[in-house]
Every structure is written in C-alpha cells, then in structure tokens.
Design a protein around this ligand. Structure first.
Ligand code: NAD
Length: 313
C-alpha cells in the first residue's frame, strides 16, 4: 500500500502488532506519522480523520465497527468480513453514521476496467448475455490466507475482485453458481477451478482460476453481447471489440494513467476515497457491492467443495 504523494492524504498515524512491520511502514512513508502498537490508539487520535483497515480478514468487522464508533471515515480492504452476518452487522452501524465507507475493490478504478464498463454502457455491444473471466496466477504456499478461519477461504480472498467486476459491469446480482475444481498440490486450497455464475439479469458468466502457473500473471476477459464482442488483457492494457458498427476488429485505446501495482487502480482508489470524503459522496465501492461479491465467493467455495449448484438468496 503506497499512500505517498496522494493529494489530500497525510499519514498521521499507523499501527501494527509487529514492530518490524511498523519499522517498514515508517521507512516507506514520506510523512511523519505516530506509530502505535495498539490500533485503539489510532482510533483515539483526534488528528486521524480516516483509517485504512488492512489486516487479516477475520479482524476487519471488529475494527470497522470500532472505527465507526470513533467517528472515522473508513477505507476497508476486501473482504469487509468473512460472513454475510458480519456485513449485516456493519450495515446496521453504517446506517447510524454519515461517515464515508469505501471497500478496496481497486480494479473498478483501473483504467482498463473503467474503459470496459464505458464500452458496455455505450451500448455498442448490445445486451450482454455472457462473460468469461480467466485468472492465471501462481500458488499461494505460505500465508494466513490458507487458514479458512482467518481468511474466510483462499478462493474468497483471491477471486473477490473478479466476482465484483462481473457484477459491476452490468449492475447485476448473482443468483446461482456451479463449479468444479482440480487439486494438484496438497498445500493449497484450490489449484484449478471453473465456476459458472447466473445473474438476475439473465447473464451467465464463467470464472476460470488457476493457481498453477509459474509464468506471468494475467486476467483475460471475454464479454459477449447481442451486437458485439469485447476481449481484454490486463498485462497489455488492451481491449479489442468486434461489433455490428465495427465488423473489423478494433482496438479501443485505454487511457493508461497508472502503472503502479500492475495497473491495478490502487492510486486512483485513494484519490476517489479523498474525493468521496471531501464532497460527501457515495463511493464507487460500497458495502452492498462488497456483500454481493462475498455472497458469490461463499457460494463458489460451497459448490467447489460439493460439485453441486448453490443458490444465492
Ligand atoms: N485489494 C487488494 O488487491 C488486496 C491485495 C492484498 C491484500 N488485500 C487485503 O488486505 C488485507 C491484508 O492483507 P496483506 O496481504 O497485506 O496481509 P499481510 O499479512 O501482509 O499484512 C497484514 C498485517 O496486519 C498486521 N496485523 C495483524 N493483526 C493486527 C492487529 N490486531 N492490529 C494491527 N495490525 C495487525 C500484521 O502484523 C501484518 O503486518 C487483507 O484483508 C487482504 O485481503 C487486498
């Protein structure tokens, strides 16, 4: 996480239970924050207007609620909690405040996916019936993510961004998922998996996740409408479209403004957080969006364990 040189952000305090992580945090910042071992001291600090919560997933809910009670604006990393009950509990607290609450779905802010969304909304692809998302990455061998009671499940932790994109592109809610998986290494939760998702607008999607590649990581999208097809590649920041209006394949220019973090949209999400607070406007990534993606992720884990379809209420 790099908050340096983001207009409107001054790092005034930081906290970690690990002294080594505090040291690294202090070395990484251009600001001069106070360092606390106990996050409660950050919440008590009157110089702190907003907090970023980026600790292992099972701790998020408690810290979010305490931060809201302390009157802080909140940026919380995904997932906001590890169960839908946790989201509902946070929602009750959020309803009582006017604080800004933004979730860390940075891909929504990435230039590539902003351009994909604009292309869909321009109507040139027509009505979207099918989406395909292929996620290629390497194994996760050591991390708190491998302990389901802390992470909520590795698949949930890793694929939430992609589930979120699928929902966001057409503002649809997931209804049903069905998947299969292949396990090749004992020490990881899920090596190769194929997930099919049906949405409430009739669209069907597939998410392919491999944790087996030793090569460059990639996210590929294929989006099929009744008037055109879009394909995109994350690493090349490339979008190609064929449509009734453009029968010969056309490359759509992505206005690349950010190269940090592999074009992830991270810097733009911080700018959006500052903007949401200063203009008191609803962030692009709300708790409700995050709840939809969590519901999809929990159902995905269930179907990949059982091989049976799972309905999402
Ligand atoms: N949006 C994204 O793309 C993205 C990417 C990576 C991680 N994340 C999320 O960010 C969160 C952190 O992940 P990470 O990869 O940075 O994990 P990490 O293990 O690298 O860092 C977690 C830090 O939290 C500290 N910590 C643990 N308990 C604490 C406590 N009670 N008080 C203060 N600090 C505490 C640990 O010492 C560690 O420094 C997770 O929720 C993860 O899902 C999101």
């Amino acid at each position: 996480m790099n908050l340096n040189n983001v207009a409107g952000i001054e790092l005034t305090a930081l906290s970690d239970v690990s002294a080594e992580c505090i040291k690294q945090g202090l070395e990484a910042t251009n600001d001069n924050p106070k360092a606390y071992e106990d996050y409660h001291d950050v919440l008590k600090d009157p110089n702190v207007d907003a907090v970023v919560i980026a600790v292992p997933n099972f701790l998020h809910k408690q810290i979010v609620i305490e931060a809201l009670e302390a009157g802080k604006h909140i940026f919380c990393e995904k997932p906001v909690g590890i169960s839908l009950d946790e989201y509902d509990e946070i929602e009750k607290h959020l309803e009582k405040t006017d604080r800004i609450f933004q979730v860390g779905f940075e891909l929504r802010h990435a230039d590539l996916y902003q351009t994909v969304k604009e292309t869909i909304e321009s109507g040139q692809l027509g009505e979207i019936g099918l989406m395909q998302c292929n996620v290629f990455r390497g194994p996760v061998l050591t991390s708190w993510r491998l302990d389901d009671s802390i992470s909520g499940g590795l698949l949930m932790d890793l694929c939430l961004h992609h589930y979120d994109l699928m929902s966001w592109f057409t503002n649809a809610r997931p209804k049903r998922v069905c998947g299969i998986r292949r396990k090749t290494l004992k020490e990881v939760f899920c090596d190769d998996s194929l997930l099919n998702i049906e949405f409430d607008n009739g669209m069907i999607c597939s998410v392919t996740l491999t944790l087996c590649t030793k090569f460059e990581q990639e996210i590929e999208l294929g989006i099929v409408g009744d008037r055109g097809i879009l394909r995109s590649w994350h690493n090349a920041q490339s979008i190609k479209v064929v449509s009734e209006n453009e029968p010969r394949e056309k490359t759509i220019a992505v206005p690349v403004s950010e190269k940090e973090y592999g074009f992830s949209g991270a810097r733009k999400q911080w700018e959006a957080f500052v903007g949401a607070i200063s203009e008191n406007k609803k962030p692009l990534n709300s708790l409700q969006n995050a709840r939809n993606s969590l519901a999809m992720a929990l159902a995905a884990q269930e179907t990949l364990a059982s091989g049976k379809p799972v309905e999402i209420n």
